[in-house]
Design a protein around this ligand. Structure first.
Ligand code: KIV
Length: 280
């Protein structure tokens, strides 16, 4: 399998029909593990608002929080292509403001690119970022930062008008210079049509089988929240059960005195009359 090293490989992977794998990551410990895996791309998603901070939406997430988390991830995963989300309101006020925020993220985190939500409306921002040499990944369909406008975290593009609008948005992002686009929670047939109409790769989450790549939230795919079971999600591990079982085993061993055992205890050193060092 080819290794995705830089922005040029996105188009190359699409051309060669090599699916792109992307996973979110928010901190050093998991980043170290992803670094040792074959996954192509890491996204420091503003979903950290949900899965790390416990907010209901991604709206409270700030640029400073994104910078903090992306720095941690980059330290753990120095070799991966790293995309950092632009959070809500960091690219909505003006092109200048967007450039400043995205520039800050690039300077302070070692990210390879930024991601923003939205289509035609954000073309001036995408153009300006790309002109400033900041690679941009788009994000269409369910755009969680617009949850209040959309009325919930629901499948997008089901009716004909919305389908056409999303196709237009995808084309607009490509023409503005985006190097790829995430398609979240859209009907499979629409994701397929968009994928076939673009030369840049699409990366799906709830977009079905025909996108050029897939992305999953690390906490979700590891099964860290037993209550989160949307249709599009596949859990590749059951960390919540494993972790709770480990916590309970530790608790009972502390209570019973089985932990710490002798092998977990440090020894003090003493010298005998001849000066020989021994442990007690
Ligand atoms: O923030 C995020 O994790 C994302 C993915 C769901 C694509 O944007």
């Amino acid at each position: 399998m080819p290794v995705l090293k830089n922005i040029n490989d996105f188009a190359a992977f699409k051309k060669e029909k090599v699916p792109i794998s992307m996973i979110t990551c928010y901190e050093y410990g998991f980043a170290r593990l992803v670094e040792q895996s074959d996954i192509d791309v890491i996204l420091v998603g503003d979903s950290l608002g949900n899965v790390v901070a416990g907010y209901d939406t991604t709206i409270p997430v700030t640029v400073d929080q994104m910078i903090y988390h992306a720095e941690l991830v980059r330290r753990g995963a120095p070799s991966k292509f790293l995309v950092c989300d632009l959070p809500f309101m960091s690219y909505h006020v003006s092109v200048e403001d967007s450039l400043r925020n995205a520039g800050d993220i690039m300077k302070k985190t070692g990210s390879s690119a930024v991601k923003l939500e939205g289509g035609e409306d954000f073309v001036p921002v995408v153009r300006a970022l790309v002109k400033a040499s900041i690679p941009v990944m788009g994000h269409l369909g369910l755009t969680p930062q617009s949850v209040h406008k959309l009325g919930g975290h629901t499948v997008q593009g089901r009716d004909e008008d919305k389908r056409k609008a999303l196709l237009r948005d995808a084309k607009a992002l490509e023409e503005a210079g985006a190097f790829s686009v995430v398609l979240e929670m859209v009907p499979e047939s629409l994701a397929k049509e968009i994928t076939e109409s673009l030369s840049i790769p699409t990366i799906g989450i709830g977009g079905g089988r025909y996108c050029d790549g897939q992305v999953l939230v690390i906490n979700d795919m590891l099964g860290m929240n037993e209550k989160f079971n949307p249709k599009f999600l596949k859990k590749y591990a059951d960390i919540s059960s494993m972790a709770i079982a480990a916590f309970n085993e530790y608790n009972s061993e502390v209570k019973s005195g089985a932990f710490p055992a002798e092998k977990n205890a440090f020894k003090s050193e003493k010298k005998d009359e001849s000066g020989k060092v021994y442990s007690t």
